[in-house]
Write a protein that binds this ligand. Structure first.
Ligand SMILES: Nc1ncnc2c1ncn2[C@@H]1O[C@H](COP(=O)(O)OP(=O)(O)OP(=O)(O)O)[C@@H](O)[C@H]1O
Ligand SMILES: [Mg+2]
Length: 484
């Protein structure tokens, strides 16, 4: 007897049983019906070649939403919505125009050989129905595949969040540090980041290796964390790079404002509350609290003899002055990074940014804490070409006739990518790339002239000083007979 024949026989037996069951229901009293029902089910399941697995939406005593249910839902939305006839549309990622389609309640779909359908009960669950000859395949390959895929799709579709810390004052004046979040929608990507291509590739490879490094980190017995120190003058793209990293890795960003953290205890609480797959950012670490040599001197009453102070951004200077209230210390921060934070679940990145790398305490940036130091520097010609593509749609291979002048000037003068971007951005609809590039050339020439004037002034002052010094020496010899 062939398979087909066998199934048709089984089908007719089932039909007979169903018919008999209907008759029983009509003519038999309820207590007898219960017995008949029990045995009919047993017989039906004995004869049926199909197996069913149920995945309820809520599982366990605490009614926690089942991860398996959510993963199946996501998996089916992505893979089976094409074959389902009745679909549900939901707006995705706060978009007004994009919708995600998923199976409507009680719609059944077949995923190759198996069929998934949500039960039309009040309690929602999916039932996976399959022939028993696929039992092993289902248990060992298919279900793990669905769950893994579902989770991966969910991660991809989820919205990135930007968390910032703030301090809320509760009853009795009790201060509590907490994170609040908004959707992270920074458009920066590595493709649009202006920097040397080799350096950019190196960073991308480093991040990719980190993201795929779960087993590697487990093997070497190191927490799955990586620290980056981004340093360079203002406007060279440090913050932009952090956004590009987040978009590249699909990680949330925790922008930690150390100045509003009251003390080490609050810092610890905040760090524990961060999730994995995230980037913890501490911007302008040199301005943050008691972290630099300068601050320590101030505390010790030696005063501030920092000559770089005048070069600093006035906003950052003002922030630094405001920070005196915070009691977060360097050792507190280091303890948190090394201890508690390292012990939290993996896949975390920490990024420090600074304009003055030399001023940081070496303990803060030693290897193992900040694994990779990345310098973001003034705009080179390669970086300019990326900006020209971004802002003016000038193809990298299409060498505009003004490019050679820009190349020469960029080699002679230090300007930041932020300055270049500002100059080549069209100011009106009538501004074509020619006008924008001429604006940039004009700016570069005036910056060069200014630099030359400053150099001249500097050498003039130096000469003057040397002359004065020489005169003093001579006078000293004349008056006292010895040199001071
Ligand atoms: N390397 C770059 N590639 C692309 N755009 C850049 C780059 N550097 C700067 N920009 C542009 O300049 C603006 C300022 O850059 P960004 O905020 O990243 O600088 P920063 O290095 O973080 O400066 P700061 O030290 O003041 O925080 C950005 O919004 C971006 O438009
Ligand atoms: Mg910045």
């Amino acid at each position: 007897m062939g398979f087909e024949e066998m199934w048709s026989k089984i089908g007719s037996i089932m039909a007979t049983i169903m018919f008999m069951y209907a008759m029983f229901e009509k003519f038999f009293p309820p207590h007898l019906r219960m017995h008949v029902q029990k045995y009919t089910h047993k017989l039906a399941s004995f004869l049926s070649p199909y197996i069913q697995i149920t995945f309820p939406e809520f599982a366990g005593e605490r009614l926690k939403r089942s991860e398996a249910f959510t993963a199946i839902q996501t998996y089916l939305s992505a893979t089976s919505s094409l074959s389902a006839k009745r679909l549900k549309a939901e707006v995705v990622k706060d978009s007004q125009t994009q919708v995600v389609l998923s199976m409507d309640d009680s719609e059944e779909v077949s995923d190759d050989l198996f069929s998934f359908y949500p039960a039309s009960d009040e309690k929602r669950y999916y039932i996976l129905s399959f022939h028993k000859r696929y039992r092993d395949l289902i248990a060992h390959s298919y279900i793990p595949h669905v769950l893994e895929e579902g989770k991966a799709i969910k991660i991809k579709n989820r919205q990135l969040k930007l968390y910032t810390n703030n301090c809320s004052t509760g009853w009795y004046g009790w201060n509590r540090a907490k994170w609040s979040n908004v959707t992270f929608e920074h458009p920066a990507r590595f493709e649009t980041l202006a920097m040397e291509p080799n350096k950019k590739e190196e960073i991308i490879n480093d991040l990719t290796k980190f993201k795929k490094g779960k087993e590697y980190y487990a093997k070497i017995g190191k927490a799955w964390k990586r620290g980056y120190l981004l340093y360079g003058p203002p406007g060279t793209g440090k913050s932009t790079m952090i956004a590009a990293m987040a978009n590249f890795l699909y990680y949330d960003v925790y922008d930690l404002e150390l100045t509003s953290v009251k003390d080490n205890t609050q810092l610890r609480t905040l760090l524990i509350e961060t999730s994995s797959k995230s980037i913890l950012v501490i911007e302008d670490i040199d301005c943050s609290l008691d972290l630099t040599g300068k601050r320590r001197n101030k505390r010790n009453g030696k005063g501030n003899q920092d000559n770089d102070e005048s070069n600093k951004d006035p906003v950052k200077n003002a922030e630094e002055e405001d920070n005196k209230d915070s009691k977060v210390t360097l050792s507190g921060l280091l303890n948190c990074i090394d201890g508690i934070w390292s012990a939290c679940a993996g896949e975390r990145i920490i990024v420090f940014t600074t304009n003055f790398v030399d001023k940081l305490d070496p303990a803060l940036i030693r290897s193992g804490r900040m694994d990779k130091h990345i310098e973001l520097s003034y705009c080179c010609f390669e970086a300019f070409k990326v900006l020209a593509t971004n802002y003016l749609d000038i193809d990298d291979h299409h060498h505009h006739h003004l490019f050679s002048i820009v190349e020469r000037l960029l080699g002679e003068v230090n300007v930041t990518p932020a300055d270049v971007a500002e100059k080549i951005m069209p100011k009106s609809n009538s501004d074509d790339s020619e006008i924008c590039l001429k604006n940039l050339i004009e700016f570069l020439e005036s910056a060069k002239k200014k630099e030359e004037e400053e150099d001249e002034e500097e050498s003039r002052l130096k000469e003057e000083k040397e002359r004065e010094h020489g005169e003093l020496k001579n006078n000293g010899v004349k008056e006292n007979g010895f040199i001071h």
